[in-house]
Design a protein around this ligand. Structure first.
Ligand code: 13P
Length: 267
């Protein structure tokens, strides 16, 4: 098992990567790692995540209360969002929040990442919804994110950024990279006249491969009632439709957004 110090060093390394890849500007973004049920490491508030050393990293309990911090460092202002993910997803070991340019542009435009355009994104992510806008640092963002946690491993935050979580820090970071790459490709292909989407049967085959790989985490494909019934899923189909009326309306919104984009010739 890795020492706490090793994990702090890895948080700093991932902080450098999100900063150097332009996924955060200035002091933006935050990262956390679960050590055990009541101890979590997190980045401090108000520092550039590209220039951290292990002494910067803070420790909080399961409610986000400070357990340990050096000097003037204090836990991320978004710690409530991180703790909600750990509370509602016991399988999650790490949470990464960033403002990657293309994914955040989609979050600002109100366009969820729902078009199946490349195999890797379909396998790793499925579709990526947008959690409704909330004021940073309040319970509004955790509340908005909560309803997506059981169905997705990455969400966009409306007018804000992106959130990814997984069973290791590296994997949570990779999910963030995948979200941004997917968003970038979707944006560029829209400029080139609109993406040619994968067909339903191609998507189904990719979902099957995902199941065969036994990949961890939640994925819309594992939850889609339509897919279970042998119908097409999941991108923009309303994959949670059998589970809640709220999901129904999200699916409807996604479908209407898709139609409007098509009619405006943006797709
Ligand atoms: P912190 O520096 O407090 O973690 O906040 C950065 C951020 O991106 C808020 O959304």
């Amino acid at each position: 098992m890795r020492s706490e110090y090793e994990i702090k060093k890895e948080i700093c390394e991932i902080g450098k990567r999100i900063y150097n890849r332009g996924m955060v500007a200035s002091n933006d973004g935050n990262i956390s790692v679960k050590l055990n049920d009541n101890e979590f490491l997190c980045t401090p508030t108000g520092v550039s995540k590209g220039f951290m050393t292990p002494e910067y990293i803070c420790k909080v309990d399961r409610d986000g209360n400070l357990l340990q911090a050096n000097g003037k460092f204090r836990p991320s202002s978004e710690i409530k969002m991180h703790m909600r993910v750990y509370k509602e997803r016991p399988d999650v070991v790490s949470v990464v929040h960033a403002h990657p340019m293309y994914a955040t542009a989609f979050a600002i435009a109100g366009i969820p990442l729902t078009q199946p355009i490349m195999p890797e994104a379909v396998i790793a992510l499925g579709c990526v919804p947008i959690a409704e806008y909330g004021t940073p640092s309040t319970e509004e963002i955790p509340d908005a994110v909560s309803k997506y946690l059981q169905h997705y491993d990455a969400v966009l935050l409306e007018n804000h950024g992106a959130l990814a979580y997984s069973d290791s820090l590296l994997s949570a970071y990779h999910k963030m990279e995948s979200v941004e790459f997917y968003a970038q490709l979707l944006f560029l292909s829209k400029q080139l006249g609109g993406p040619k989407e994968l067909s339903d049967s191609q998507v189904q085959r990719l979902y099957e491969i995902r199941r065969q790989f036994g990949m961890t985490g939640k994925h819309p494909a594992d939850l889609c009632q339509r897919a279970k019934d042998g119908q097409s899923s999941c991108h923009a189909c309303g994959c949670q439709s059998s589970q809640s009326g709220e999901a129904d309306s999200n699916a409807l919104i996604a479908e209407i957004t898709k139609k409007v984009i098509e009619q405006l010739g943006l797709k």
